[in-house]
Design a protein around this ligand. Structure first.
Ligand SMILES: *Cc1c(COP(=O)(O)O)cnc(C)c1O
Length: 350
C-alpha cells in the first residue's frame, strides 16, 4: 500500500497494544481481560442526543469526587484511564526530548502511548519482590517528566509500598509527576494514595470504572490530581470527550445503590479469588502470587503448554510475559471452578 508510506515513521514502526480482544480466541470462559463477570443493567435517556455533551459533566465529576473523597477541582473524566495516560503524556512531555519512566513488568500502555508521541521511554525493572528500585530510579531521572507506578500492579497483582511512592514523590518534586495507576484500587481501597494529594502537588492518580465497577465497555476513567494539573489537562482534552449516555450510566454506577452493588460484587470476586488461590496453591509445582486486584498471576511448570490446552478447551486466559506465568482474571464461581478443575486435570493432579 503506497499510502502507508505517508504515515509517520513512528507509527509505521509501532507495534500496537496486544489487547485481549485483539488476541482473539473462542470459548465459553473468558478470564483474559480483567473484566467483571457481572453485566449490570442501566437506564439511558436518549432524548437529548441532538446536543453536545458538557466537557466535564458536573454531576459525574461531583459523584466521583464524593466517591474518591477529593474535591471536584481535583477530578478529570476521560475515555477510560487509557485516555488519562495519553493526556498526561501529551500535556507534560516534549516530543524527542522528554521521557517517561516505568517499571516492568507492568501495564503496557504507558510505553505505547509514549512511543506514539515520540516520547522516550526509560525502564527500571521492579525488584525481585516486585517493588520499586528507588536507587536506580533516582539515578535515571534525567529528562523524565512522568513516572508511572501501577498499584495493584498489572500483571503481578501486588501492591507497591507506600513509603516508596512517597520517596519517589519527594525525589521527583519540581522535576516530574508521579502517576499512580489505581485501576484496581476498588478491590483494596485502603491501599489508595489519594490521601497524599494534599501533600504532593506532583501526584496524579488514575482510576477507572472498567474493573470493579464492571463497566469496561462504557469507557469511563478519571484522573485525580491537584487543580493546577487538571487545568493543564483540560487544555489538551477533546472538546466533548464524554458521550451523554456515558454520563447517565456512570452517575447511576456512582449512586448509593450503584456503590452498594459494586461493594457486594467486589466481595463476591474477592471470595472467588481466594477460592482459586487456595485451589491452585494446593497443586504441586504451581506458585500463586498474592493478588489485590480481580486477577491472579500464577506460575506453572510449563505455562505455554497449559495455556494452549486451556485455549483449545475454550478457557481463554492471558499469557504473561513473565516466565511460565499466566494471568487469570477472576470470573464468577462457576468459571473459577471449571478453570481450576481443568488445570488440575491437565497437571494430572485429580
Ligand atoms: C485496565 C487498565 C487500565 C485501563 O483502564 P480503562 O479505563 O479501561 O482505559 C489502566 N491501567 C491498568 C493497570 C489497567 O489494568
Amino acid at each position: 500500500m503506497t499510502v502507508s508510506k505517508l504515515a509517520r515513521k513512528t507509527v509505521r514502526e509501532l507495534t500496537p497494544y496486544q489487547s485481549a480482544r485483539r488476541l482473539g480466541g473462542s470459548g465459553d470462559i473468558w478470564l483474559n481481560a480483567n473484566e467483571s463477570p457481572f453485566a449490570n443493567e442501566y437506564n439511558i435517556k436518549c432524548n437529548r442526543l441532538n446536543r453536545y455533551s458538557t466537557c466535564q459533566p458536573e454531576e459525574l465529576i461531583q459523584a466521583y469526587a464524593d466517591y474518591a473523597n477529593v474535591k471536584k477541582e481535583q477530578v478529570l473524566t476521560s475515555r477510560g484511564a487509557d485516555e488519562g495516560i495519553e493526556l498526561l503524556i501529551r500535556t507534560f512531555c516534549e516530543p524527542n526530548q522528554d521521557s517517561i519512566l516505568y517499571c516492568p513488568p507492568t501495564y503496557g500502555m504507558y510505553a505505547i502511548s509514549a512511543e506514539t508521541f515520540d516520547i522516550n521511554t526509560k525502564t527500571v525493572p521492579l525488584t525481585a519482590e516486585w517493588q520499586l528500585d528507588i536507587a536506580t530510579i533516582r539515578d535515571n531521572l534525567d529528562t523524565v517528566k512522568l513516572i508511572f507506578v501501577c498499584s495493584p500492579n498489572n500483571p503481578t497483582g501486588n501492591l507497591i509500598n507506600r513509603q516508596d511512592i512517597e520517596a519517589l514523590l519527594d525525589m521527583a518534586t519540581g522535576k516530574a509527576l508521579v502517576v499512580v495507576d489505581e485501576a484496581y484500587i476498588d478491590f483494596c481501597p485502603e491501599a489508595s494514595t489519594v490521601d497524599l494529594l494534599g501533600q504532593y502537588p506532583n501526584l496524579v492518580i488514575l482510576r477507572t470504572l472498567s474493573k470493579a465497577f464492571a463497566l469496561a465497555g462504557l469507557r469511563c476513567g478519571f484522573t485525580l490530581a491537584n487543580p493546577e494539573i487538571i487545568e493543564l489537562l483540560l487544555k489538551v482534552i477533546a472538546p466533548y470527550p464524554v458521550p451523554v449516555p456515558v454520563t447517565d450510566i456512570a452517575v447511576q454506577a456512582l449512586s448509593p445503590a450503584g456503590l452498594a452493588k459494586t461493594k457486594f460484587q467486589v466481595l463476591d470476586l474477592s471470595a472467588n479469588r481466594a477460592y482459586l488461590q487456595a485451589g491452585l496453591g494446593m497443586l504441586d509445582g504451581v506458585t500463586v502470587y498474592d493478588g489485590y486486584g480481580n486477577y491472579l498471576l500464577v506460575k506453572f511448570p510449563d505455562a505455554d503448554a497449559l495455556f494452549g490446552s486451556l485455549w483449545e478447551h475454550g478457557i481463554i486466559l492471558r499469557r504473561s510475559p513473565i516466565e511460565n506465568c499466566i494471568r487469570i482474571s477472576i470470573g464468577n464461581r462457576d468459571e473459577c471452578e471449571k478453570t481450576l478443575a481443568f488445570i488440575r486435570e491437565q497437571l494430572n493432579q485429580n
